[in-house]
Structure formats: structure tokens, C-alpha cells
Design a protein around this ligand. Structure first.
Ligand SMILES: Nc1ncnc2c1ncn2[C@@H]1O[C@H](COP(=O)(O)OP(=O)(O)OP(=O)(O)O)[C@@H](O)[C@H]1O
Ligand SMILES: [Mg+2]
Length: 344
């Protein structure tokens, strides 16, 4: 099923201060198809959350979307009014965050928080609203939903709170769910349950999901396609299988090769790569990854690479002058040492 639901084109979201401009999202383009789970990965600060916030119209000052298009069902969300965006957030696109406790109101019963999220023109009687709230708790697998509706957030465990958040996000027949590290604060078994729930809901409700995660195991389990971000840009984008088996960008390659190989191994979190992430207000002249790249050559330090199809495959995009994850990298290392030696 390859009908695009969302098309993000050349999105730019910057933060402005007196002294500098931080390019948090710097020309990001991707498509999310109907009923697909699209993953966004990359180290802390690379622009994943800002990409999602831009889609929802939730970037706060001093940040601003300064360019690009966000086509949802063909309509540019960047041209919608605040009110229209509110309606879209309520009916079409929902978001769940890492820490549900901060997003839930501790003083309100769960029932009232779900009901608050309902469209009152559709659920126009108290009975309809109550029944829908009940149905939502059942949908997300909360046991004894009748009595749970009358409870407050602190009476729920972390995993159950995240289920409540998902129920709230799903209140109005969602088409697209943005999940920003939805399980990071939860322990491993609960993480797995919440991911399975998101998978089941995606199929049952025929929705699409954008999943931000630090966990490559979750990427493998959940995502159809993945974009790897670095310094506010997508550096590689392809289907999940290709990403794991034939990574072509040195950053992806570094992520994958520092995994201890075997499937089902316990280290699944995004490995740390040597060197510091770049300063987004003062990016180097060439490729932002070059200072940390084992394979960098002269051109990498001088010219910014474009995101281009790998060997003509438009479904596999790579932003790299060298552009080969394994075979050529071996040669490139030796060559890079000869050429790059004097320059370092
Ligand atoms: N309020 C702010 N003022 C200035 N810069 C900001 C602000 N919020 C975010 N940024 C910049 O935007 C960049 C991207 O932030 P974002 O939250 O999207 O990162 P992320 O990829 O979601 O990271 P994490 O994995 O830690 O959640 C940050 O590196 C930071 O430089
Ligand atoms: Mg984030």
C-alpha cells in the first residue's frame, strides 16, 4: 500500500537568538504511506522531535518553521490557521510523548481526560462520551476499564499511563500517530507490550505511525521504512531490512556495526559513536559527519553531500560522498589515510 498520507518536503525549522541561528531541522523530506510505520532514528539533538513538532504545528518560540511544505492528504499544514491545526490535531494526527505523567493532568480522573479529547459535535451526549471513553480503554487493553475510568493518573503504573495516553491520542479516529520515544521511560517487558499495542492499533484502525526511537531493536520490530537523521538532516532513508543489512552511510554503518551482531542480543539501544555531535549553529563547511567519520576524505571536509539515490535506487537515499557501507569503505580507509594524512 503505497499511497502517501503525509509528504514532508524540504522542512526547515530554526531557532533564533540574538547571536546565532540553530538549524534544528535543515531540509528534511520524507513520505509516510497509508498504514505504514516510519521510523526516525539518530542521536540526541539531531532534530527528531522538532520534525514531529513541526508537523503538528507545535514548535514554540524562539523556534520557527522557516521553509518547506507539510502535505497531509495533499493539503499543506503550514498554511492552516491555528484553529484548523487544532482540529487536525484532534481528529487526524495525534502525538504521544516519552513521559505520560507530564502530559496527563494529575487532578482529573482518567475518564474526564479522555472525554475532554473527544469531538463534542460527534459525541454529543454524556452517554455517548462515556461509552466511547470506555471503548477506548478497552481498545488499549486496560483491565477492568469501568472502574479504571474513575481513577486518577497516579493510580496507574507507567505502562498503564502510557496506554491511557494512547487512548487519548486515538480518541477521534486517528489517521496518523506520532510516537516520540513512547516507551523510553518504561521497563523492557512493558515497552514490548506498548509496542505490540501500537502495532495492533495500526492494523486495526488502519492508521500510519511515525515512530521516534533510540532502540534499534524497536526499529527492526516495528518499522517498514526508516530515516536516519544527523545534524538536522536525513543522511540515509530506506526500508528497514536494507538499513540493517546494507547500510550505506558511514553514520548508519557505525550504528549498525557497533551492535553486537546477533539478532536478539541484549544491546539494542543506539550505540554511541566516538566524537561530539556537531554544533547546529555552526556547522562545518563540508559534511557535518566528516569530523567523526572514519572514511572521510578531502571532498567530505569541503563540500556538503546531497541526499541521492544509492546506485539509482530511488527507495534508498544516502547523503555521502563515498556512499558505500562496506566494500568501498574498506578501500576508502586506506585511500583516506594516504590523502587525508597531511590535512589532519
Ligand atoms: N528551545 C530551544 N532553543 C534553541 N535550540 C533548541 C531549542 N529546542 C531545541 N533546540 C535545538 O534543536 C535541536 C533538535 O532538537 P530535538 O528536540 O528535535 O532533538 P531530538 O533529536 O529529538 O533529540 P532527543 O533524542 O534528545 O530527544 C537541538 O539540538 C537543539 O539544538
Ligand atoms: Mg526528542
Amino acid at each position: 500500500m503505497n499511497t502517501p498520507l503525509l509528504e514532508v518536503k524540504d522542512l526547515q525549522t530554526y531557532f533564533f537568538s540574538k547571536h546565532e541561528t540553530v538549524k534544528a531541522v535543515d531540509g528534511v523530506s520524507f513520505t509516510v504511506n497509508e498504514q505504514e510505520t516510519f521510523g526516525l532514528v539518530g542521536e540526541s539533538g539531531c532534530g527528531k522531535s522538532m520534525t514531529c513538532r513541526s508537523i503538528l504545528g507545535l514548535v514554540k518560540s524562539p523556534g520557527r518553521v522557516v521553509g518547506g511544505e507539510i502535505l497531509y492528504k495533499g493539503d499543506d499544514l503550514l498554511h492552516k490557521s491555528k484553529r484548523e491545526m487544532q482540529a487536525i490535531r484532534g481528529r487526524e494526527i495525534g502525538m504521544i510523548f516519552q513521559e505520560p505523567m507530564t502530559a496527563l493532568n494529575p487532578l482529573l480522573k482518567v475518564k474526564d481526560q479522555i472525554i475532554d479529547a473527544l469531538d463534542k459535535s460527534i459525541y454529543n451526549t454524556a452517554e455517548k462520551r462515556y461509552n466511547h471513553a470506555l471503548e477506548m480503554l478497552k481498545l488499549v487493553g486496560i483491565p477492568s476499564p469501568e472502574s479504571r475510568l474513575e481513577e486518577y493518573p497516579h493510580q496507574f503504573s507507567g505502562g498503564m499511563r502510557q496506554r491511557v495516553m494512547i487512548a487519548i491520542a486515538l480518541c477521534s479516529g486517528l489517521k496518523l500517530l506520532l510516537a516520540d520515544e513512547p516507551t523510553t521511560a518504561l521497563d523492557v517487558t512493558i515497552q514490548d507490550q506498548v509496542m505490540k499495542l501500537i502495532n495492533r492499533l495500526r492494523d486495526q484502525l488502519k492508521m500510519s505511525v511515525i515512530l521516534i526511537t533510540h532502540d534499534l531493536g524497536v526499529v527492526a520490530q516495528m518499522c517498514d521504512r526508516v530515516a536516519v537523521m544527523y545534524a538536522g538532516q536525513i543522511v540515509e532513508m530506506t526500508d528497514t531490512r536494507t538499513l540493517f543489512h546494507m547500510p550505506r552511510h558511514p553514520y548508519t554503518y557505525a550504528l549498525m556495526s557497533s551492535l553486537p551482531g546477533a539478532a536478539g542480543s541484549s544491546q539494542k539501544r543506539l550505540p554511541t559513536i566516538e566524537g561530539a555531535p556537531p554544533n547546529l549553529a555552526n556547522l562545518p563547511e563540508g559534511c557535518p559527519f566528516a569530523p567523526r567519520c572514519r572514511f572521510a576524505q578531502d571532498i567530505c571536509r569541503k563540500e556538503k553531500p546531497e541526499l541521492l539515490p544509492y546506485e539509482g535506487d530511488v527507495a534508498h537515499l544516502v547523503r555521502c560522498h563515498i556512499r558505500d557501507g562496506r566494500t568501498q569503505f574498506v578501500g576508502a580507509t586506506a585511500k583516506g589515510k594516504q590523502e587525508g594524512g597531511a590535512e589532519q
